[in-house]
Write a new protein. Structure first.
Length: 337
């Protein structure tokens, strides 16, 4: 009898533990399932195609993160982010800084690329150089945007003051049409619109080659989201790093994915990432370090902040540590060492 009683008690304990384990599993599985996907909007820029590689090769799924990708123009993505319709997107560093100053607290968690010829000023054949733009109208994507800053810095290098020319806000995909209609004399474009402009007979008269590390693009996500769901942000960054490594070792397949999903030709993607090189894991870590190096987010961030302060758009210097978040990149780098 005693053995039977012990057996009954033992089996009861096993059943209780088993039931508890099933309840715990189901409860936690339910929490994971109920966690909404991370909403990311992607604009048609060659380098942004990395995220499509991450999706198509299953890196998000393998990392265990649910991502909802949508397509839209750059301006659409910014407005969607402000309206909290998305959680993150690829954006230019200067615009991230301005967003932060407006109260949209955002952190840069992955640096995608930097422009070394990917951004240009194009004009008709009658314009020979930037100096010919005195008294002319130039199209930019927005006042106090990275486009505005890029133009000002280029013109300064050419010895032209801001008051010596006019600007007009024109979406990048409308620059060529505005040139055709004589609404502007020149305009700021980037790929694929740069290639399209050149193919239609317009010429490049100014380039981001002359403004090193001024135009940097990366993945930005809200500070609140990072605080609430840091593990998922880590998984997104890991998937992007894996996508870059896949592209490096499977160039032909990677370019095909990037081109197809961006509705571009492979040659357009190749040109885009040639003029705006994609950063490696190590380079990501390096540019996020607190240094005065020319290729440092802190150095370019100070230049950008001073630009906004001079124009009365910001009242004080920002603490760039609140915008630059290297912990996700450094964790991956540490694991690989």
């Amino acid at each position: 009898m005693r053995k039977i009683a012990i057996w009954v008690i033992g089996m009861s304990l096993i059943l209780i533990l088993l039931a508890g384990g099933i309840f715990y599993y189901r409860f936690n599985l339910k929490k994971v399932v109920e966690q909404p996907p991370i909403r990311i909007m992607v604009d048609p820029w060659p380098g942004n195609g990395l995220i499509f590689i991450a999706q198509e090769k299953g890196f998000f799924e393998q990392e265990g993160v649910n991502v909802n990708l949508s397509l839209g123009s750059y301006d659409t993505a910014i407005n969607a982010y402000k309206n909290k319709e998305i959680d993150g997107f690829f954006l230019v560093y200067a615009d991230l800084i301005f967003l932060f100053s407006e109260g949209f607290e955002t952190k840069l968690v992955y640096v995608l690329d930097h422009s070394v010829g990917g951004d240009v000023i194009v004009s008709g054949q009658e314009i020979n150089s930037l100096k010919d733009l005195r008294g002319k109208t130039i199209g930019i994507s927005g006042v106090n945007s990275f486009s505005n800053l890029f133009l000002i810095k280029l013109m300064e290098k050419a010895g032209i003051n801001e008051w010596e020319y006019f600007i007009k806000v024109v979406p990048v995909d409308k620059i060529v049409d505005s040139l055709k209609n004589k609404e502007i004399d020149a305009g700021h474009v980037w790929d694929p619109y740069k290639s399209q402009a050149v193919d239609q007979g317009y010429k490049v008269i100014g380039s981001s080659n002359e403004t090193p590390f001024m135009i940097v693009e990366g993945f930005g996500i809200s500070s609140e989201f990072i605080s609430n769901r840091p593990e998922e942000v880590q998984k997104i960054v890991s998937a992007l790093v894996r996508a870059k490594e896949f592209l490096d070792s499977n160039l032909e397949e990677g370019l095909e994915i990037m081109a197809r999903r961006n509705n571009l030709s492979v040659s357009e993607v190749e040109t885009g990432i040639k003029n705006s090189p994609l950063l490696s894991l190590k380079e990501n870590s390096e540019v996020m370090q607190t240094t005065n190096s020319e290729n440092s987010l802190y150095n370019s961030g100070r230049v950008i902040t001073e630009f906004y302060m001079t124009r009365g758009q910001m009242s004080k210097m920002l603490d760039l540590n609140q915008l630059i978040e290297p912990k996700f990149i450094n964790k991956i780098l540490g694991e690989k060492i």
